[in-house]
Design a protein around this ligand. Structure first.
Ligand SMILES: NC(=O)c1ccc[n+]([C@@H]2O[C@H](COP(=O)([O-])OP(=O)(O)OC[C@H]3O[C@@H](n4cnc5c(N)ncnc54)[C@H](O)[C@@H]3O)[C@@H](O)[C@H]2O)c1
Length: 271
């Protein structure tokens, strides 16, 4: 088990995200969810940890993450899976529960799940006791290559998506592409659309690679480790390069919204 953990850690690739204001250490590696204990200890020395996840992802991965953490294992807080949970109501419930459990300024949040969990748990971390650290452990392709990187957190409101939030960079991102094996195909395809966008806006070579590998990625059993790692690593690199040049979306970062503005409008119009 220890040897397995070390092997997974050794194959993980560290890509420091060189941002002006906040640095995030970003790790991509198959098997990392079981083997991120040392990285968590290093990033969050002596912190009391709380895992925030959803009720689909938690039964699949929370026990494994808890086992990877130092004792005492972090407590688990869950939300119902899906976009309707990305609300001030869930933010309010989670922060109340953390307060009731006595989490102090020496705490940190582990956000385990897709973009919904990442955005909501990131916003909890940004605001809890005026801000505590967060580690993003994305489990969807979209969250690995987009939502977990770049520091945007927030919740939806009746007036629109993501309208209340904060920039709060994770101290660490742990992306384990092996988690994609349990991700339903429709959600895998959703993340692939983001990878296509990255190819179109920033990297013709990655677009061509994607076109020739799409069949081996979008399959029921999920992509093989090697293909999934390359997909996630390259796409994180593309997003990180853009965010490093324009953290607060005053200029070039707007290119990452390519296709989103109309997407949000269509989502709103179609209910
Ligand atoms: N912060 C940012 O920069 C940023 C960027 C892009 C998107 N987002 C946000 O991300 C959200 C969408 O994220 P998403 O597409 O990951 O949706 P999601 O978080 O709702 O996850 C999709 C579904 O997959 C399930 N799931 C997650 N991981 C799984 C796994 N490994 N195996 C099985 N099931 C799994 C979830 O429980 C959920 O039902 C939106 O709210 C969007 O606004 C944020």
């Amino acid at each position: 088990m220890v040897a397995q953990a070390n092997a997974a850690r050794a194959s993980a690739v560290a890509m420091p995200l060189a941002l002006t204001l906040h640095g995030s250490r970003i790790l991509v590696g198959a098997g990392l969810l079981d083997a991120c204990g040392a990285e968590l200890r290093e990033a969050l020395p002596r912190r009391r940890l709380a895992i925030i996840s959803d009720d689909t992802v938690a039964p699949l991965y929370a026990a494994r993450l808890r086992a990877a953490c130092d004792a005492p294992a972090p407590a688990l807080f869950t939300i119902p899976a899906g976009e309707p949970s990305k609300t001030r109501k869930q933010w309010s419930r989670l922060t109340d529960e953390l307060l009731a459990a006595g989490y102090g300024r020496d705490s940190a949040i582990l956000a385990l799940g897709g973009g919904v969990v990442g955005d909501l748990a990131g916003f909890v971390a940004a605001t809890y006791l005026r801000g505590i650290p967060v580690v993003q452990l994305p489990t969807t392709l979209l969250a690995m290559i987009d939502a977990a990187v770049g520091g945007k957190t927030g919740v939806d409101t009746k007036a629109g998506k993501n309208l209340v939030g904060a920039f709060h960079h994770p101290v660490l991102v742990v992306a384990d592409p092996r988690a994609l094996r349990t991700l339903p195909l429709a959600h895998l395809r959703n993340g692939l659309a983001e990878a296509v966008k990255h190819g179109v806006i920033a990297s013709p070579a990655d677009f061509v690679w994607l076109a020739s590998n799409v069949a081996s990625i979008a399959r029921e059993s999920g992509p093989a480790d090697e293909v999934a790692e390359r997909l996630v690593r390259r796409n994180i690199q593309i997003k990180a390069d853009v965010v490093a040049r324009d953290e607060r979306e005053n200029g070039v970062r707007k290119i990452l919204n390519f296709g989103h503005t109309i997407g949000h409008a269509l989502e709103a119009a179609s209910g």
